[in-house]
Design a protein around this ligand. Structure first.
Ligand code: GLC
Length: 748
C-alpha cells in the first residue's frame, strides 16, 4: 500500500497525528521506551484484548522537523517518520535500531495453477506458500544480519526463530507437532529482536490471523502482517532482554502470584474413568512416596461430555464426599471444562444458552453447530460480557463440588467437523464481530470468565489452565503446551518452547510429562521428569489408549528417579515461589533461556538444550535417547555442580557424566537456595522452618513468604527476608518486610 507524502501532523498530549496523502495514522508515546504505531483500518480505536488499559506515563515528547523526516524524541529513544509512513526507531544517541525496509521485496513464489492443482490432488499443502505476501497490513523491517528472534508464543522448533515463518491462528492439529507447523494452540504476536548492538521488542496487537516472517523470505528483511484489523503495533525499547520483556508485561500485564500448591506435582490422565481410578492414583502417590498436590479430572468425570455435569454413577452418587476425603489427604482437585456445549434440548446449559442468545450464530441467525467431544456442540460467545457473566456464575458448580482449579480445553475453539467459517457471528463487547476477529481471543475470553468465576465463588487466587490463549492471557490463566507426543523430539522441543513462552509473557507453563499421545518408554519418562520437575508447571498427563505412565508403572529404577526429581522440585518450591513473586512485579520469566541473562554471550543465543530457573540454577537435562554423558556450557562466572559441589569457572564447555538418574544442574556461586523441608504435599507440615542451601560466594537474595492461598499479600500481609551470602558460606539474614502473621520459627 502506498501511503503517500506526509502532508501535516498535529500533536495532542503524547500523540502525534499524521496525515499522509492516502492514510491517517498516529504515533503515541506510551512511556519514554514504548511507542504505539497505529492506523485504523477497521476502527479508529484500540479494540485490544491484550491491553485492558493503556497506561500512558506522562513524559517529555519533542517533535522536530528534520530534512530526513519528522523526528519524535523521548528521553530514551527517537522515532523518525518519513513519507509513505515509514517509521524508524533509534536509540537516544540516534543510532539506528529498527528500520522500516525501503528496498523491494523478492517476488512472491508463483507456481502455475495447473501445478497447484496437481499438488492439491496429491494432498500436498505446498501451494499455500503462494498466497503469502501482499497482505493488507504489512510491516517490513530491515535485517542487519545479526538478528536473533525470540518469543512468538508456543511455536514448534528451536529457540531462535530467525529464518522461519509462522502464523498466528489458534490451531488444534492432532498430528505430532513438528518444526514445519506454522501454528499451534496459542497466538502471542510478540517477539524480541536481539542484534549485536541492540535489543528491542515488537508487539503486533492484531487479533486476526497474522503472519510472521522472520527472515525466511529474505535475509534483507523480516515482516509481519494481517489481512484484517488495524495496523497496531508497539515498539518496546530496553537496555537488555529483561527490560524489553518487562515493557511488554507493562502493557499486557503480568501473571498473578499463584497458590503455592499449584507449584507442586500434578498427576493426570485422560481415562481415569471412575472414582476408584482416582483413588488408586491418590493411594499410589502416597504409598510410593511421590509428593503430589493435585490430581486432574479429564472429561471422564462429566456426564456424556456435557459441561457443568457430573457422572454420579462413576462417583457413587457423592463426588463432594469423595473430593473432601482427597482434600483431607492434601489433594487439590482440578477438572477440565471444554468450550463446546453439547447440543441437546433439555440439557440446561444448552437451553439457557439458546434462550438467551449466548451461542455463536450463523449469518442467518441460527445457533452455529459444529462437533467436539460431546458430539454436536454450540460455542459460547465469550466476547459478549453477558456470556462471560453467565460462565463466571457457572463456576459455582465446580467450587461447590470441592474443585480447586479449572482446566479450559478445546478453546481454540477446536471443532471436529471442519474449521468454523470466518463469518460465524460472535460479539465483541458491544457490537457484532465475526469468527475471523474473535477466533484468536476466544480462549483468552473463556479464561477471563473462568478466572473471574473462581475469584468470585472460591475467593482464593484462581488456578486456571488454558490450552488456547492470546497475548495478555497470563493475567487469567497458565498454560500447558497441549497434545505433545511421547517422543524424544518433543522432550527436546520442551526447552525452547517453554523458554519462548516465558519470553512471550507466559511464565507459568509446562508440557505433558512423559508425552500425551503414543506410548512412552521407561527411559523417556525418567528423562522427562528430570526436565519437568524443573519446569514452572509440573504435570504428568497422557491420552486414553496410550501406555500408562504413572511414576510406578516402569518398576523400581524409574520410580526411584521419579521420586528423586519430584522431591527436588518440592525442596525448591520456595525458590519457585520467590520467582513467581518477582514475576508478578517485573514480568521476569521463571524458566529462562540462557540468552535472557547472558545476551552478550554468542554461544547461548541459539542454545536449545539448557535453561535457567530464575537466574541462579542452570539445568542441562539429557534429551537424547541412550545418552549417558552430555556437553555442558556454563556462561561467565563461578558455578557449583549441584550434585558434587565441585566449583567450575565459566565460560566453559565440558563433558558431564549423566547416567539415567542424573540431570546435570549448576548453581551460581553466592547463592542461597531457600528450601522446604520434605513433605508429601504443600502444607502437610506447618511452614515454620526454612532450610538454606548455600553455594558460597558474594551474593544477595530476597525470599518471600505469605499464606500461599489468598490475596492478603496485596495488603502487605507477607514477610520478606533478605539474605547476604559471604565467600566463607555464611549467610546474614534481615527481615525487610514483616507483614505475615506466621513467619518462620527456624531458618537452618
Ligand atoms: C485434548 C486435550 C487433552 C485432553 C483431551 C481429552 O486433547 O489437549 O489434554 O486429555 O482433550 O479431554
Amino acid at each position: 500500500m502506498t501511503c503517500g507524502r506526509l502532508l501535516r501532523y498535529e500533536i495532542k498530549n503524547q500523540t502525534i497525528h499524521l496525515h499522509f496523502e492516502h492514510l491517517k495514522a498516529r504515533i503515541e508515546i506510551i512511556t519514554p521506551k514504548i511507542v504505539n504505531v497505529f492506523a485504523g483500518f477497521m476502527s479508529e480505536e484500540h479494540r485490544s484484548k491484550a491491553i485492558e488499559v493503556v497506561k500512558t506515563i506522562p513524559c517529555e515528547v519533542h517533535v522536530e522537523e528534520r530534512p530526513d523526516g519528522l523526528w519524535i524524541l523521548t528521553d530514551a529513544l527517537r522515532v523518525r517518520v518519513c513519507d509513505d509512513f515509514k517509521v524508524d526507531f533509534l536509540d537516544e544517541e540516534e543510532a539506528l535500531v529498527c528500520e522500516d525496509y525501503r528496498g523491494s521485496r523478492i517476488p512472491l513464489k508463483r507456481v502455475s495453477e495447473e501445478y497447484l492443482k496437481l499438488l492439491a490432488e496429491e494432498g500436498h499443502r505446498a501451494g499455500e506458500a503462494d498466497k503469502e505476501g501482499g497482505h493488507l497490513i504489512e510491516v517490513v523491517k530491515t535485517m542487519t544480519g545479526s538478528e536473533h528472534f525470540y518469543g512468538l508464543g508456543d511455536k514448534t522448533g528451536y529457540l531462535d526463530k530467525r529464518h522461519y515463518d509462522y502464523e498466528m491462528w489458534n490451531t488444534d492439529n492432532p498430528d505430532p507437532q513438528v518444526d514445519t507447523f506454522k501454528a499451534l494452540y496459542k497466538s502471542i504476536p510478540f517477539f524480541i529482536t536481539l542484534t549485536d548492538s541492540h535489543v528491542y521488542g515488537l508487539f503486533f496487537d492484531n487479533p486476526y490471523k497474522s503472519y510472521f516472517n522472520m527472515g525466511q523470505e529474505s535475509d534483507d528483511y523480516f515482516w509481519f502482517g494481517a489481512d484484517q484489523g488495524n495496523l497496531d503495533y508497539y515498539y518496546i525499547a530496553g537496555a537488555n532482554m529483561p527490560q524489553v520483556l518487562s515493557g511488554y508485561m507493562y502493557l499486557t500485564g503480568t501473571a498473578p502470584l499463584p497458590q503455592k500448591w499449584t507449584l507442586g506435582y500434578h498427576q493426570s490422565r485422560w481415562g481415569y474413568v471412575v472414582q476408584e481410578d482416582i483413588q488408586a492414583i491418590a493411594d499410589g502417590m502416597r504409598e510410593h512416596d511421590i509428593p503430589c498436590d493435585s490430581i486432574h479430572l479429564d472429561i471422564d468425570y462429566m456426564r456424556g461430555y456435557r459441561d457443568f455435569t457430573w457422572d454420579l454413577t462413576r462417583y457413587h452418587n457423592d463426588p463432594e464426599g469423595f473430593l473432601q476425603k482427597l482434600s483431607d489427604r492434601g489433594f487439590h482437585m482440578v477438572c477440565i471444562n471444554d468450550a463446546g456445549v453439547k447440543k441437546e434440548a433439555g440439557y440446561d446449559v444448552y437451553d439457557e444458552g439458546v434462550e438467551n442468545g449466548y451461542f455463536a450464530k450463523t449469518p442467518e441467525g441460527d445457533v452455529y453447530i459444529n462437533a467436539v467431544w460431546p458430539g454436536e456442540a454450540a460455542f459460547p460467545d465469550f466476547g459478549n460480557p453477558k456470556v462471560r457473566e453467565w460462565w463466571t456464575d457457572k463456576m459455582d458448580f465446580f467450587v461447590k463440588k470441592g474443585i480447586r482449579g479449572v482446566w479450559n480445553d478445546m478453546n481454540e475453539p477446536a471443532s471436529f467437523k471442519g474449521p468454523l467459517p470466518d463469518d460465524v457471528v460472535f460479539t465483541d463487547e458491544d457490537r457484532p464481530a465475526d469468527h475471523a476477529a474473535m477466533h484468536n481471543v476466544y480462549g483468552h475470553l473463556m479464561s477471563k470468565a473462568t478466572y473471574e468465576g473462581l475469584k468470585k465463588h472460591d475467593g482464593r487466587r484462581p488456578f486456571v489452565i488454558t490450552r488456547a490463549c492470546f497475548a495478555g492471557s497470563q493475567k487469567y490463566a497458565m498454560v500447558w503446551t497441549g497434545d505433545n507426543t511421547s517422543m524424544w523430539g518433543h522432550l527436546q522441543m520442551a526447552i525452547p518452547q517453554l523458554c519462548n513462552l516465558g519470553l512471550s509473557g507466559m511464565p507459568f507453563a509446562g508440557t505433558d510429562i512423559g508425552g500425551f499421545c503414543a506410548d512412552t518408554t521407561p527411559e523417556l519418562l525418567a528423562r522427562w521428569i528430570e526436565l519437568g520437575a524443573l519446569s514452572p508447571f509440573c504435570r504428568n498427563h497422557s491420552a486414553m489408549g496410550s501406555r500408562r505412565q504413572e511414576p510406578w508403572v516402569f518398576g523400581e529404577e524409574v520410580l526411584a528417579i521419579y521420586r528423586k526429581y519430584v522431591k527436588l522440585r518440592y525442596r525448591l518450591i520456595p525458590y519457585f515461589y520467590d520467582l513467581f513473586f518477582e514475576e508478578e512485579k517485573t514480568g521476569a520469566p521463571i524458566m529462562r533461556p540462557l540468552v535472557y541473562e547472558y545476551e552478550k554471550d554468542m554461544v547461548v543465543r541459539t542454545c536449545n538444550d539448557e535453561f535457567l530457573i530464575g537466574s541462579r540454577i542452570l539445568a542441562a537435562p539429557v534429551v537424547q535417547q541412550g545418552a549417558n554423558h552430555r556437553m555442558v556450557y556454563l556462561p561467565e562466572g563461578e558455578w557449583y555442580d549441584y550434585w558434587t559441589r565441585e566449583k567450575i569457572t565459566g565460560p566453559v564447555w565440558f563433558v558431564r557424566e549423566a547416567p539415567l538418574d542424573t540431570c546435570p544442574l549448576y548453581v551460581k556461586a553466592g547463592t542461597v537456595l531457600p528450601c522446604m523441608p520434605e513433605q508429601s504435599y504443600v502444607g502437610e507440615k506447618p511452614n515454620d522452618t526454612l532450610l538454606l542451601d548455600v553455594f558460597p560466594g558474594e551474593g544477595e537474595y530476597d525470599h518471600y513468604l505469605d499464606n500461599g492461598e489468598d490475596f492478603a499479600y496485596r495488603d502487605g500481609r507477607y514477610h520478606q527476608y533478605h539474605f547476604t551470602v559471604k565467600p566463607d558460606g555464611t549467610v546474614e539474614t534481615q527481615i525487610v518486610h514483616a507483614g505475615y502473621e506466621k513467619p518462620y520459627e527456624r531458618i537452618l
